[in-house]
Design a protein around this ligand. Sequence first.
Ligand code: ZN
Length: 413
Amino acid sequence: MKSLFLSSLLLSLTLANVVPKAEQKVDYSGFKALRVKGKGKDFESQVEKLAAHVLTCGKGEYVDLVVSPDQVDAVTALATDSTVLSNDVGAMLASEGEFSAYAVPSETWFTTYHSYNDHLQFLRDLQAGYTSNSAIITAGTSVQGRTLTGIQIWGSGGRGSKPAILIHGTVHAREWITTMTTEYFAWQLLTKYNSDAAIKAVVDKFDFYIMPIVNPDGFVYTQTTDRLWRKNRQTVSSSSCVGRDINRNWPYKWEVTGGASTSPCSETYKGLAPSDAPENRGLVSQVQSLKNSRGIRLYLDIHSYGQYILWPYGYNCNLRAENDAAHRTIASAAATAIRGVFGTAYTIGPSCSTLYATTGSSTDYTDVTGNATYSYTYELRDKGTNGFVLPASQIQPTVRETWAGLLSMLQRV
Ligand SMILES: [Zn+2]
């Protein structure tokens, strides 16, 4: 049993800013999560400087922030409207629960969060149970030398014989529910293949490439040091701030302004050049290799939070994909399938016009350069009440409803 959260709660020091000393875990006790609106072009940059973390990473109609107790008054003074999403982020973290000890893959895996090493073990053990129709796959290496690891799953046609379904999770380190969800996809496809005709049909039709954690360094950092870390752990010589946003680093429309930041301290720092994050280079070569072999029928980038299904484009709010109508039909059916499980409501639409502008993002790249037939971003639960810190009690409902969305898509693409 590990007790990362208990040890964090034992730290009594409240940090005025969230720059921990080496190995010291950030204590969010007393920090508030706020949803703020403001006027003027400087509003967002002003509140960003005051916040410990920006949770919503684009220019939407509001901004969600985590703010230390001594900066709350300054932030609300700048806002025309503010709502408290959480009075104590530290207490929210406790609701995520402790990690459970590792158990061989069973559905109880999806009732708690887990360490990075246990996630790797989960993939290895799952694959070991289905050696004739799965394999461990990799896609390059992180800044700190971790291998981006996933699982390939195929059906009756044999390995690599069908159009590819490519699924990425946890590109943003703090979006822990996406790790659990992408693992659930793999678990369902393999463990139900022989007993569920609908699942057998899609596994026999496609070749699945599922990568639950494409930002391993950031994910580890959320467990050792700062639960709300988003980016990778790459440095830049011009700044002491760390991290590139791997999902603003893809080499398509990277140079367009307005959908990412050129400041290394920003949550959406795009990097110095397209694809200068090693994690991104690994993912780009994975997309290229699938494009050049069996072709990508469906690409999914799984994020949280907000409950959206989005499709290209992120970089231009007026542009539509040539198969925009088909994207909408499939997303609409998926949203209906998700709502049918527990009533969770999703908003769907082209990403820039529905949520906010993003440049150098994955789905624009897979749509245009990767030639994927369909590309979607999922933003999973919730709508901000818990944000990235979804309680352990919501893992199983979330993975089950999202699976319904995926299966609906697989039956239509
Ligand atoms: Zn994200």
